[in-house]
Design a binder for this molecule. Structure first.
Ligand code: ZN
Ligand code: ZN
Length: 352
């Protein structure tokens, strides 16, 4: 049997090839990809800014179980599923606690060390299957919505250190991309008032148009975001600040707009070769700020994301703005990059 797959053959170049469908060995699962969303990391891979070990990328994947190797339990052919990206070693203390994104032996990932979802079929390796990376999706969740489980699970992971905040706090989210917008939804769920900040106004207009749950929107090209957040919080600052865009300025602003005892998430990373930031550490010291990192997600966070989507507590349908066939993957990447396209989440359908 043959399938179509998008091979990354060079900088900003994909080639759709007809190749053999991978054979399903013992313990492995073959999934028919129904949707694979394009994410900012895919864009960096496309531009040659990030290297992967395989020719096929894409890690926000939903599909149907097509075939199962010997010895696979808990799944059936025909199941609607999402594929969890991170595969831990399964043996270290972090993995044994169910924190495979904190694996001491450096985790592997679908779409990075194993071929990803920009293909008609994807083979899930044995260690991934064994660790529960193939997760069943309720029937009422569409394949498109199911791709959002991956980025949403990462957002939930970002909130882990301050997940127990009592309702009534204020959250400032810096950056109105899909990640920022998912943070807004999760903050609302936690009973927070939410301020969404972005450097350009069209993005905020788009956020309002699609029905973002933010209470306030600040256009940082018009207003000083630190001043505005202080104004909106009676001079106190925000209790939770999320840096949801790759920017040093945002990290500096986050510290300045934070209330005493605030939690700050450096959710978005900075470019690999340009990640030294000058911060006024006295603000951290005197205001007793807590700065947190965030990287990927674990299985229980996938399940939480899936549950919030399936139960209708979070509507992610509104974020899906574009759909492309596999042949137009490069175009999809450019669409994500081009702010005038107003893309939030772009889905690639390999059967389109
Ligand atoms: Zn992603
Ligand atoms: Zn491990």
């Amino acid at each position: 049997m043959k399938m179509k797959a998008a091979f990354l053959v060079g900088r900003e170049k994909f080639e759709v090839r007809e190749v053999d469908v991978p054979r399903c060995g013992p313990g492995e699962v073959l999934v028919r990809v129904k949707a694979c969303a394009v994410c900012g990391t895919d864009l960096r891979i496309f531009r040659g800014e990030k290297r992967i070990d395989v020719p096929i990328t894409g890690h926000e994947i939903s599909g149907i179980v097509e075939e199962m190797g010997e010895g696979v339990d808990g799944l059936s052919v025909g199941d609607k599923v999402v594929i969890k990206t991170v595969i831990g070693c399964g043996e270290c203390d972090a993995c044994r606690r169910g924190e495979e994104n904190r694996c001491r032996r450096k985790y592997k990932a679908m779409g990075y060390q194993y071929n990803g979802g920009f293909a008609q079929f994807i083979l899930v390796p044995r260690e991934a299957v064994r660790q529960g990376c193939v997760i069943k999706v309720p029937e009422n969740v569409s394949f498109e919505e199911a791709t959002i489980v991956e980025p949403f699970s990462c957002v939930i992971n970002g909130w882990y250190p301050f997940r127990k905040r009592e309702p009534g706090f204020t959250t400032a989210v810096l950056g109105a991309g899909i990640i920022g917008m998912l943070h807004v939804e999760y903050a609302k769920l936690k009973g927070s008032k939410v301020i969404l900040i972005n450097r350009t106004s069209p993005r905020l207009i788009l956020a309002k148009k699609i029905g973002s749950s933010a209470d306030e929107f600040i256009d940082a090209s018009q207003y000083d975001p630190v001043k505005k957040v202080k104004e909106l919080t009676g001079g106190l600052g925000a209790d939770v600040v999320i840096c949801a865009a790759s920017s040093k300025d945002i990290q500096r602003e986050a510290i300045e707009m934070a209330a005493v005892d605030a939690d700050i998430s450096f959710f978005a990373g900075l470019p690999k070769d340009d990640s030294n930031v000058l911060l006024d550490s006295n603000i951290i010291h005197y205001n007793e700020l807590h700065i947190h990192g965030a990287n990927a997600s674990n299985r229980s966070q996938y399940l939480e994301a899936l549950d919030l989507i399936a139960s209708g507590k979070v509507n992610v349908k509104k974020f899906i703005t574009h759909k492309f066939p596999l042949e137009k993957l490069a175009e999809a990447m450019r669409c994500l990059e081009d702010r005038s396209m107003n893309a939030i989440k772009i889905i690639v359908d390999p059967w389109m």
